[in-house]
Design a protein around this ligand. Structure first.
Ligand SMILES: CC(C)(COP(=O)(O)OP(=O)(O)OC[C@H]1O[C@@H](n2cnc3c(N)ncnc32)[C@H](O)[C@@H]1OP(=O)(O)O)[C@@H](O)C(=O)NCCC(=O)NCCS
Length: 183
């Protein structure tokens, strides 16, 4: 089922700030998603930081995904992100990342950074699908396993001026009409 299917079934995805009341549902998603899950204290400690933001996605008042990220001078750093198992592969994660991309600007924060475990192929494929690239390997990055981490980066690109504006004149209009007739 895609996100369109979610919309069709009279349910719509809302993305909003995480509030304290969401914690039980967020913790349940965290626990089903990660072998080495964050505890509630870890969430609260991180969220108390001034530059840290929590976001949730909900469908019909049910939390179906969350994301925790930090604001830095020139980037956004995703610290934690998961979608509830039963809502995966429906476009929820994509919508959440799109919302984050909307917060970038060429003048200020131009990129999103995050670490993915080397064994987490699903997340690597997900982020690659959204134009993130693996840029660095951090050897033995985690305390809990001897796994490496890949740093993945999304960079906001300048849209080439030509793509936004393609000048038209009577001659190009003539050829456009000619091509359409020929097709
Ligand atoms: C990674 C995660 C957030 C993706 O969320 P999602 O809502 O399922 O993602 P989407 O439905 O938007 O997927 C978009 C595309 O990403 C790719 N993708 C997503 N999950 C994938 C998987 N398990 N295997 C291969 N490709 C996958 C596909 O191309 C997919 O499009 P498709 O379903 O049309 O084929 C989710 O799998 C998750 O919560 N995983 C556990 C926690 C985790 O690993 N978090 C990331 C830590 S860095």
């Amino acid at each position: 089922m895609s996100f369109d299917d979610i919309s069709d079934s009279n349910s719509s995805l809302q993305i909003r700030w995480l509030i304290r009341r969401d914690m039980p549902e967020v913790l349940a998603i965290e626990q089903e998603s990660f072998e080495h899950a964050w505890t509630e204290e870890e969430f609260l400690c991180i969220l108390r930081q001034q530059n840290c933001i929590g976001m949730v996605a909900e469908i019909d008042h049910e939390i179906v995904g969350f994301m925790i990220y930090e604001l830095h001078k020139s980037n956004l750093h995703v610290l934690n992100f998961a979608v509830a198992k039963q809502y995966r592969r429906k476009g929820v994660g994509t919508q959440m990342v799109d919302r984050l991309v909307d917060k970038l600007s060429l003048q200020r924060r131009k990129e999103i950074l995050l670490e993915v475990r080397e064994r987490n192929l699903a997340a690597q494929m997900f982020f690659k699908d959204l134009d993130f690239m693996a840029v660095t390997v951090l050897r033995n990055h985690y305390d809990d396993t001897c796994e490496d981490a890949y740093i993945m980066r999304y960079q906001l690109q300048k849209v080439p001026a030509l793509a936004l504006y393609s000048p038209k004149n009577r001659i190009s209009a003539y050829y456009d009409a000619y091509d359409a007739d020929a097709a």
